[in-house]
Write a protein that binds this ligand. Structure first.
Ligand code: UT7
Length: 314
């Protein structure tokens, strides 16, 4: 009998330092009014000395605790990040050591679609029987690759981590996943380093990314619903990548999903790339909106471009 990959625990962690739109007004030619109206973001968290692994550790411990699992119960760690602490070893390997786990661990890079890609990968290991419990983490310190003089990106990106424990379940769990990549779009959203030992900063054609995000994410949501023989009425909660409230509104409208069925954390978290979906999921679970048995739709798109969706019963 098939095993499903079911979420048994969620966790998240935000660094304590809050940077508001008013703080950004002091260093950039921008305003709280512009940022709020154009993006929906009011404030974001930015690391001071914390590493990507530090954030991942706290989120993972919270997820393990909810799942009532110990590090030794975990068969695999997949950590999605655009901002690893080192070129090598993988941040996942450092997390494995700090957790006291002994399982294989690897990083996965699909920028803001990273969590969806990591979940889909983890799903395969559980469904084919090679793992029973997998820790899937999205952790980012995007502030390290932001050009803090570029008002079109500095207002968007932020730091944080989210994690889930996926466990083998005979009855339900992830029902559908769909992934896409198209490297033709590299110049629309990329980091402008030329060599591997240069850090570089984010460069984005905002308008272009906006339109592509709405189109690709609406299409993948429609495709997911069709493949699952569902309509948006079957979705209890959409937990989208938190990039821009106007992108999320446009997608919800296209798939006819009322906005009160969307978990939004953008106002307080900003765009935390691979961490944004598990962060929003954890908020929705811990405040009681997301309940066992709910049908959830995750979707995200990221740099240059990768995108995809997960449909799961919680
Ligand atoms: O995580 C996945 C990837 N990222 C995204 O999904 C982001 C997608 N794109 C966006 O969210 C939006 O395109 C932005 C928020 C980046 C920009 O919003 P927009 O409505 O597309 O603005 P725009 O780029 O068309 O710029 C409109 C005006 C311009 O001025 P002019 O040329 O009309 O005089 C910009 O220079 O707003 C100006 N502007 C700003 N003004 C105040 C751009 N950034 C700012 C700013 N504050 N921070």
């Amino acid at each position: 009998m098939k095993n499903f990959a079911r979420i048994t625990g969620t966790g998240s962690y935000l660094p304590p330092k809050i940077v508001t739109n008013f703080d950004l007004e002091k260093t950039l030619d921008t305003s709280d009014e512009w940022i709020t109206a154009r993006t929906g973001i009011k404030e974001r968290r930015i690391v001071t000395s914390e590493s990507t692994c530090d954030l991942a550790l706290e989120a993972s411990l919270n997820a393990l605790s909810m799942a009532e699992k110990k590090p030794e119960d975990i068969d695999l760690i997949i950590l999605s990040t655009t901002t690893p602490d080192k070129i090598f070893p993988a941040t996942a390997t450092m997390l494995q050591n700090r957790l006291g786990a002994s399982c294989p661990a690897f990083d996965l890079q699909a920028v803001c679609a990273g969590f969806v890609f990591a979940m889909s990968n983890a799903q395969q290991y559980i469904e084919n029987g090679s793992a029973k419990n997998i820790l899937v983490v999205g952790s980012e310190t995007m502030s390290k690759i932001v050009d803090w003089t570029d008002r079109s990106t500095a207002i968007l990106f932020a730091d944080g981590a989210g994690a889930v424990v996926l466990s083998a379940d005979k009855n339900t769990g992830i029902k559908h996943s769909k992934l896409y990549s198209d490297g033709n779009y590299l110049s629309s959203l990329h980091v402008n380093n030329n060599r591997i030992n240069e850090l570089g900063t984010i460069e984005m054609e905002g308008n272009e990314v906006f339109k592509i995000a709405v189109n690709k994410l609406s299409e993948v949501a429609e495709e997911t619903l069709t493949d699952c023989n569902m309509t948006s009425e079957n979705i209890d909660w959409m937990v989208p990548h938190q990039a821009n409230i106007r992108i999320i509104n446009a997608i919800a409208k296209r798939i006819k999903l009322p906005l009160d069925k969307v978990i939004l954390t953008l106002d307080k978290h900003g765009n935390t790339s691979a961490a944004s979906i598990p962060l929003a999921l954890d908020v929705g679970v811990r405040d009681g909106r997301i309940k066992k048995g709910d049908t959830l739709l995750f979707e995200g798109i990221g740099g240059g471009f990768s995108w995809g969706s997960i449909l799961t019963e919680f």
